[in-house]
Design a protein around this ligand. Structure first.
Ligand code: HEC
Length: 408
């Protein structure tokens, strides 16, 4: 297939994936809010445990929830499952097209582990399959009866997977695979537990038996995990476009903090939907984690070449960073250059920072001061085709810094 068609296939898949994910997460958020917000139903038919009134799209809705099931099964029962399945299918296809087919560009970093392409592909598939099995076994084990303990273990488990993957793949690959595993666990929960259990409940009711309450308990546990995994999964998927999140030494700690943010933010909304007031503290925790993430992202991944600098070089770098003009340059480089000049780059098919030029830390920017001035000020060869839209005012600011630190 021509590169152009390949590009369009991957874009089409991404489009479908985002659409299906919106449908899944949208309906999941809707039902969580509905369920938590139900009020006691007065004068309702037998079996109704709660109800809600809602207004939308020019009409009023009166929703009633039968706590186990209605007396007779309605004929046209709507199931919510294809949102989840189609999200996983399109996501997996996208993973194949972008990451597995482009393993040498996006997954493999020979300075991390020297893998052949097929090895990278097999490892990825094994991580997804085995990763799900381990998670599923943990939920089915006696641990499943201790919700809070299990939650802590599941959290630690995903962080550990991310940490291990950083010793196997690029930071970007580690993040996208951890995200894919978490998302597969969510879909697996729907496909292997929630829907089958619901079907068994329906079958018992039709047969006139009392459904096994254990089925409901299992499904509820998985549904709870899905609720809390949603936001971190979105971050992991989106982070692949933002090298600051993954191309740093402590990327796995960033992943852990993101999971904490996801959990506390969901907690805020869950409490609010359940008419339990506003847990404002959760935003404080989320903000602290956010600041922590921003701080951690400033640590570049250890660069083998940059470690042995002489005292003279170190002090001239320190002076270049201390110059008052530097802050503006740092901002400009972050916006205009880092998309390509970080390791690994987020830009298109770049496998590594072009010409090994990494502009992803203060030290690295200072180290390349002369080159930056040459490429972006004296000539206009950077950014290529001015792809990232460097303005003339910004070029002047870079020039001012270069002159101030004696580049000429
Ligand atoms: C869209 C991707 C992209 C962006 C954005 C980008 N570059 Fe580059 N950069 C490249 C590529 C590709 C090369 C290699 C060019 C070549 O092979 O001749 C490169 C090379 C360089 C080099 C090394 C040149 C050499 O010949 O040694 C420097 C320095 C550089 N860029 C600085 C910058 C600066 C400064 C910015 C931001 C103002 C920037 N780049 C933005 C893609 C990019």
């Amino acid at each position: 297939m021509s590169p152009l068609m390949w590009e369009w296939v991957s874009f089409a898949l991404r489009w479908v994936h985002v659409i299906t994910a919106i449908a899944w997460i949208g309906s999941s958020f809707y039902f969580i809010a509905l369920d938590l917000g139900l009020r006691r139903a007065l004068n309702a038919p037998r079996g109704v445990g709660g109800e809600a009134w809602q207004v939308h799209g020019g009409g009023f809705y009166h929703i009633q929830k039968y706590m186990v099931a209605p007396e007779g099964m309605p004929e046209d029962l709507t199931w919510f499952k294809w949102e989840a399945y189609s999200t996983w299918i399109s996501g997996f296809a996208l993973l194949c097209v972008v990451y597995l087919a482009g393993a040498d560009l996006h997954l493999i970093d020979t300075s991390v582990l020297d893998l052949a392409r097929w090895q990278a592909v097999i490892i990825s598939l094994v991580v997804l399959a085995a990763g799900w099995i381990v998670y599923d076994l943990a939920c089915r084990s006696p641990l499943g009866r201790h919700e809070a303990l299990l939650a802590v273990i599941v959290f630690g488990y995903f962080v550990l997977v991310c940490l291990i993957l950083t010793y196997v793949f690029t930071g970007r690959g580690a993040f996208v695979l951890t995200g894919a595993l978490m998302a597969s666990a969510m879909t697996g929960n729907v496909f292997f537990v929630i829907i089958p259990n619901q079907k068994k409940v329906v079958a018992s009711l039709i047969a006139g038996r009392d459904p096994d309450p254990e089925l409901g308990r299992e499904a509820k546990l998985r549904s709870l995990h899905n609720n809390y995994l949603t936001l971190p999964v979105l971050f992991m998927m989106l982070s692949t476009h933002n090298p600051l999140a993954f191309a740093t030494e402590f990327n796995w700690v960033i992943a852990a903090l993101v999971m904490v943010i996801g959990v506390v933010v969901r907690h805020f909304f869950n409490t609010m939907h359940a008419h339990g007031g506003y847990a404002w503290w959760t935003w404080g925790v989320a903000a602290l984690c956010g600041i922590g993430i921003a701080w951690l992202s400033s640590f570049p991944a250890p660069a083998p070449a940059a470690t042995k600098q002489s005292a003279a070089v170190r002090s001239s770098l320190a002076a270049a960073i201390a110059a008052p003009e530097f802050a503006a340059v740092r901002d400009i480089v972050q916006i205009r250059c880092m998309v390509c000049h970080s390791d690994p780059p987020a830009w298109g098919d770049l496998a590594a920072p072009p010409k090994g030029v990494r502009l992803d830390s203060d030290e690295n920017i200072a180290l390349h001061a002369t080159d930056i001035d040459l490429q972006a000020v004296r000539s206009r060869s950077m950014p290529p085709g001015n792809l990232s839209g460097l303005t003339d005012a910004e070029r002047t600011q870079i020039a001012a810094w270069a002159r101030a630190i004696g580049v000429d």
